[in-house]
Design a protein around this ligand. Structure first.
Ligand code: C2E
Ligand code: CA
Ligand code: CA
Length: 698
């Protein structure tokens, strides 16, 4: 039997003064006050020789009653079986450390960390472990904290997995974690992403921006291009957040795939320059290109011919055979016209049945004659469609740069006048512009003087066309559309006189009258308990007047109408104006509370940047797109793209010119909430629209 050792035996008898604590007492005091469980067991008998209060109490003993109890007696049979392997190891002289869940006498549990430290004694045949210290720390608290960290990480991971948005963490430019969505976007498994520089996945073009934004801790969304593992690119939006964790600064970035939106934008960009039906350049693009051609001609001293082509009897074909046949005819005609031009010439569609041809690099005006002849001929060749033979003819007017005009507007206007001359000459022919034409445009001159009189006599009226929330049919606004009650010609639509008014400086008084009348009417309805915003069309010329904001503010004030009941419909061309002026004007209009809408959206100009730049609330999809919905795949794609774009930019989107239930169903499906068109109601005179609104609301 080995000698009876205890570590706490006084080294040399008891001696010190009675009042002073013995070393044994000091040790006991220390042991009992340590926040740990301490015990000492002999190796061979496995009996306890010492325990501090905490240890004894944990197993339901006192410091005295635990002495000479075996490990088995102290910890109980279940625990003994569990810890037996560790006991064997410490008895063989090994330091052992393990973690265990301890069941307390009161039924609770604790997580403990147990350290078993062997005590060696020198014998003649070498040193042997004769006993073991037991040191137990309660680590429940740490485990709980760890668990809650794990829980929150788990929660985060679940969230990260549930979202479609890529999430990536990186520290010092190295990816430390990413979610599955990001792996899919980057086309690389999460495990392979980790450890790679984040810039590996940023396209060269975007690297500078990304680096700058990371360095400055930029936390707003911005657009960039992601470079996938397979080398392809995808347009994305990044939103970075700086996160401080364990004293380290890391960055979390949310990555959103915006390629759909980009495609929609590109598509709309194309549309902005092309006529959808024929894929020919549209008016905006023609004007741009004509300008370039004029610059070249000026340098080279050559001539440019501008031909304005108008079909003579297109309307009757459209009316008798339907829009579809009409569209097919225009498409085929576009191909024929292209066939008789040289590569350097340009043809585009101005709208409806009007085309424009630009002939360049000619030396003498007569050189245009054969081209014009050819054009009149190919238009006149009959078309066979669905077994039917259609006869169409065209009238062509020609102006020549520089003698008939030095700028694009003048040249096109003069070609247009010459086209009318061709009509007067019995159609199916071409005519060159002659200077007396611009003076003698009889019809427009008599309209002009008529209009001056009309302004004085107030021969104008406003008709109103409702716009509704398609789901409920609830009316969301009414658009004021001007009509001229002409004493001889009857009720004239705006197409007959607005553009002349614009050119002859008469749009201002007319526009003012419209603003005043629409606001007055809206307030009158409000007084009857019908609260519906009124939308007013503002022509570009009118918008550029310095006092527009004042005129509107004044009218709202005079009539006592809240600004939010007024909506202004502006055309896209306006947004090309000087950014600084536009920002101020639109800002001032917004201050009045009015709603700003873009009219005829999609037909206009080159850049869509203005949608983000200016405080625009709403876009109205031009009705030409609606005409092919839901049958024409192009029109469907475009309409859907515009709706998608509007949604992305948080704009209200309205479809105008909705005539059929199919169109309305399509729009509802694509989440275009607001519609306007003959299906709902034609524009109605004031008394009838009031009736209509009252019936709707009851
Ligand atoms: P807009 O602003 O695009 O107005 C819609 C035009 O489409 C109206 O023609 C309306 O009658 C017509 N419309 C509405 N629903 C349908 C439909 O389902 N199918 C078809 N085919 N057409 C539909 P409206 O009244 O002849 O006006 C033509 C244009 O004249 C307007 O186009 C607008 O640009 C301009 N305009 C009208 N009133 C004013 C005004 O007070 N001031 C200015 N500056 N321009 C005006
Ligand atoms: Ca409008
Ligand atoms: Ca419109």
């Amino acid at each position: 039997m080995s000698p009876h050792y205890t570590p706490f035996q006084p080294m040399h008898g008891s001696s010190a003064a009675a009042t002073a604590a013995t070393p044994e007492q000091q040790l006991r005091l220390l042991a009992d006050n340590l926040p740990a469980l301490i015990a000492y067991f002999l190796s061979d008998s496995m009996k306890c020789q010492f325990a501090n209060e905490a240890y004894a109490a944990t197993y339901g003993f006192t410091v005295a009653s635990i002495i000479d109890k075996t490990v088995l007696e102290v910890v109980g049979a279940d625990a003994y079986i569990a810890i037996h392997p560790f006991i064997l190891r410490v008895m063989n002289g090994e330091s052992v450390s393990y973690e265990r869940l301890l069941e307390l006498p009161d039924g609770g549990t604790k997580t403990i960390e147990v350290n078993l430290i062997p005590q060696f004694v020198e014998f003649a045949d070498g040193s042997k472990p004769i006993a073991a210290f037991v040191l137990i720390n309660d680590i429940s608290k740490y485990r709980l904290v760890e668990q809650s960290i794990r829980d929150s990480e788990e929660r985060f991971r679940k969230f990260a997995e549930a979202t479609n948005e890529g999430i990536v963490f990186f520290e010092n430019g190295i990816i430390t974690d990413a979610n599955e969505a990001l792996a899919q976007l980057a086309r690389l498994p999460v495990a392979d992403l980790i450890g790679r520089p984040n810039l590996d996945f940023v396209a060269p073009d975007s690297r500078e921006t990304v680096t700058h934004n990371v360095r400055t801790g930029f936390e707003k969304a911005y657009e960039a291009t992601l470079l996938r593992a397979d080398g392809t690119m995808v347009a994305v939006e990044f939103v970075g957040k700086v996160i401080v964790r364990n004293g380290n600064t890391l960055r979390m970035t949310i990555v959103r795939d915006i390629s759909d939106r980009k495609q929609a934008e590109a598509r709309i960009q194309f549309l902005a320059h092309h006529d959808i039906l024929t894929s020919l350049p549209n008016r905006a693009m023609l004007m741009d290109r004509l300008q370039v051609m004029l610059n070249v001609a000026k340098r080279q001293g050559t001539l440019v011919g501008v031909m304005f082509i108008d079909l003579d009897n297109f309307k009757s074909i459209n009316d008798s055979l339907g829009h579809y046949a009409g569209d097919q005819l225009l498409k085929r005609l576009a191909q024929r016209l292209q066939g008789c031009l040289r590569n350097v010439d340009l043809i585009g569609r101005l709208g409806g049945d009007e085309f424009l041809v630009i002939v360049t690099g000619i030396e003498r005006a007569e050189d245009i004659t054969p081209v014009a002849q050819k054009i009149v001929e190919v238009i006149g060749d009959s078309f066979v469609m669905d077994g039917q033979t259609l006869a169409v003819t065209g009238s062509v007017g020609i102006s020549v740069f520089p003698k008939d005009g030095e700028d694009t507007d003048t040249l096109v206007r003069n070609a247009d006048s010459a086209m009318y001359l061709a009509k007067e000459h019995g159609r199916n022919n071409f005519q060159f512009f002659i200077p007396s034409l611009s003076q003698s445009s009889v019809a427009s001159r008599s309209l002009e003087s008529g209009m001056r009189r009309a302004i004085q006599n107030v021969e104008f009226v406003l008709h109103y066309q409702p716009e509704v929330l398609s789901k409920t049919g609830k009316i969301s606004s009414v658009e004021a559309l001007i009509r001229w009650q002409h004493p001889q010609l009857g009720l004239l639509g705006p197409d007959k006189f607005i553009s002349i008014a614009e050119h002859r400086g008469l749009i201002m008084p007319i526009g003012r009258w419209v603003i005043n009348e629409a606001i007055r009417q809206c307030k009158a309805w409000l007084d009857l308990g019908i609260r519906v915003p009124v939308a007013v069309n503002i022509s570009a010329v009118q918008f550029k007047q310095k006092d527009l904001v004042e005129v509107i503010a004044e009218n709202l004030r005079d009539h006592g109408l809240p600004g939010e009941l007024l909506e202004l419909e502006l055309t896209e061309s306006l947004f090309l104006e000087d950014v600084a002026t536009m920002t101020i004007t639109l800002g001032n209009l917004k201050k009045l509370g009015v709603t700003l809408a873009v009219d005829d959206f999609g037909t206009g100009y080159s850049s869509l940047a203005y949608l983000k730049r200016y405080p625009i609330d709403k876009i109205k999809i031009d009705r030409s797109f609606l005409s092919g919905v839901p049958n024409d795949p192009d029109d469907v794609a475009i309409t859907a793209a515009i709706i998608n774009l509007a949604e992305n930019l948080g704009l209200t989107v309205v479809a105008e010119g909705v005539e059929t239930v199919e169109q309305a169903t399509f729009l509802e499906h694509y989440r275009c909430d607001y519609i306007q068109g003959y299906l709902i109601s034609r524009p109605l005179p004031p008394d009838q629209i009031l009736d209509w609104m009252q019936r709707r609301s009851s």
